[in-house]
Design a protein around this ligand. Structure first.
Ligand SMILES: Cc1cc2nc3c(=O)[nH]c(=O)nc-3n(C[C@H](O)[C@H](O)[C@H](O)COP(=O)(O)OP(=O)(O)OC[C@H]3O[C@@H](n4cnc5c(N)ncnc54)[C@H](O)[C@@H]3O)c2cc1C
Length: 465
């Protein structure tokens, strides 16, 4: 690339511009998933909308491949690219809570933990995911599900407004009235439509929760999974509860006697008093054997959101596979138990996150997110600290997914997809894909933003805005 253009860009850009020879380069290009090793030409760490605008201009002038990075948590590393420009938003950390309206404005570099910290003091929270280190931007644009979703919907169902720099460099604010087609597409369509620089969310009253994990021996997994499946539809929506198959980590504070045991876990967060939480869970606990341990207790919501952060630091090897699931048959449960039992590492897991309650009350075509008719979002994640494990993680994840996929829906949650066969992105959006493709043609006709689970611009629909 022309060095003069880089120097000129440095002059216009207030944030840090990082090239391959800079001492910051390796740290700046590192992603959450240690399995991904991308070497961009240039990283533009933006401080404001003006920085984003001139980065897009540079990419257009120099015909550079562009990746957009929020929290850098994406499984296949779609927050970076080889030999192109990374628009890195991680330094844009502003959060402003409006306690009267119960809204929060969030800049695009925030993690969910940044926002939970800022809202908690006002007794509020936005429905995000289950870890505090995940980027708000990528999580939101893909949908966003977590403990508060049964009661308050996906993250996108709580999005009120977004600021976006489009592929042609123009800046727009979009909501249900302004550029409503763009606003529809942003709610699930990923990073396909522009660089979102800030989000305005609806928050909800959440202070202390009754929360934590409950672990059963794998010998009880069949009974627990069936009981959980049957319990969930009548459980109060204040109870967020996902189920997983995993291994007890060989680390404190887990009881040494159980280190390395394969387990079935239900991880819960009940927004309400301890007594109400115990009452909500009782029908499940009454229907299953005694757990190995039950760590449900009262805690501040941000503590629950950060509960697994220490176990899963940046830089581990991750291999993901995901599917949407409508029904969980007894036969499918047996397939899960068999394959989870072959997991290649202590951290590898399978989780099923509920899609019900408020998530289901939003119409199938009200947002781009394509699975309001599913019941769970499944993720299989092979995880380990050793780079040498990468092939074993992939092998296990693929074999597990192939065995269980026939029981599931065709598509999966885009935030849980990795290296997918052709057609999976379309399947994940279902009937909404065509409309997404037309909106892509309108806002990004040359597919500048293609380092993502890509929605190709419709050929016949290059309408002007
Ligand atoms: C440990 C872990 C736990 C997780 N738990 C959950 C969970 O509970 N619930 C859930 O829903 N998901 C969960 N996820 C998945 C998570 O939502 C995705 O990995 C998501 O892509 C992360 O967003 P990010 O901003 O950190 O990613 P990045 O890697 O920075 O970006 C991911 C994608 O988003 C796009 N993007 C990022 N920022 C912007 C922007 N400002 N404008 C336009 N496009 C942008 C990029 O194009 C890229 O394709 C989890 C992931 C991990 C690793």
């Amino acid at each position: 690339m022309d060095q003069n253009a880089i120097e000129q860009f440095r002059g216009q850009h207030r944030g840090t511009v990082i090239e391959r020879h800079d001492s910051l380069y390796d740290e700046a290009r590192a992603l959450y998933n240690g399995m991904i090793d991308k070497r961009p030409l240039l990283i533009a760490r933006c401080l404001d909308v003006a920085d984003v605008t001139c980065a897009i201009q540079l990419a257009r002038d120099q015909r550079l491949l562009v990746a957009i990075r929020g929290g850098g948590h994406n499984g296949p590393g779609l927050g970076s690219c080889d030999d192109g420009l990374v628009i890195d938003l991680s330094a844009m950390k502003g959060v402003r809570v409006d306690p009267e309206r119960k809204t929060v404005r969030v800049e695009a570099g925030c993690t969910t933990g940044d926002v939970d910290h800022a809202t908690h003091v006002f007794g509020l929270a936005v429905p995000f995911g289950i870890m505090s280190t995940t980027g708000v931007a990528g999580l939101t644009l893909g949908g966003g599900m977590g403990y508060l979703s049964r009661k308050h919907g996906l993250t996108i169902d709580n999005l009120i407004e977004a600021d976006v720099v489009l592929a042609d460099g123009t800046f727009v604010t979009t909501d249900r009235e302004r550029h409503s087609d763009l606003f529809w597409a942003l709610r699930g369509g990923g990073g396909n439509f522009g660089v979102v620089t800030s989000f305005l969310f609806q928050a909800h009253p959440v202070r202390e929760v009754y929360a934590g994990p409950i672990f059963w021996d794998i010998a009880d997994a069949r009974v627990v999974m069936r009981a959980y499946r049957d319990f969930l539809p009548s459980a109060p929506e204040e109870l967020g509860a996902f189920i997983g198959l995993k291994t007890v980590p060989c680390a404190d504070p887990f009881p040494r006697a159980h280190w390395g045991k394969r387990v079935c876990a239900v991880v819960c967060s009940h927004n309400g008093s301890v007594a109400a939480g115990q009452q909500a869970l009782a029908p499940l606990l009454d229907a299953v054997p005694r757990p190995l341990f039950n760590w449900m207790s009262a805690m501040p919501f941000p503590a629950m959101q950060a509960l697994f952060d220490g176990l899963l630091p940046k830089g581990l090897q991750w291999y993901w596979k995901g599917d949407f699931v409508r029904t969980l048959s007894d036969e499918a449960i047996d397939v899960h138990i068999t394959h989870a039992g072959r997991s290649p590492s202590a951290l590898s897991l399978m989780h099923l996150y509920p899609i019900d309650g408020a998530v289901r009350r939003v119409g199938a075509d009200a947002t781009a997110w394509g699975a309001r008719n599913a019941t769970w979002s499944m993720v299989i994640a092979g995880i380990d600290s050793a780079a040498e494990s990468a092939e074993a993680l992939k092998h296990w994840g693929r074999a597990y997914w192939q065995a269980v996929h026939p029981f599931n829906l065709e598509g999966g949650y885009v935030n849980f997809l990795m290296d997918e066969p052709a057609g999976r992105v379309q399947a994940s959006y279902g009937d909404n894909y065509e409309r997404l493709s037309r909106i892509k043609a309108k806002f990004d006709p040359t597919n500048l933003f293609r380092v993502n689970h890509n929605i190709e611009p419709a050929k016949s629909a290059r309408a002007s805005r």
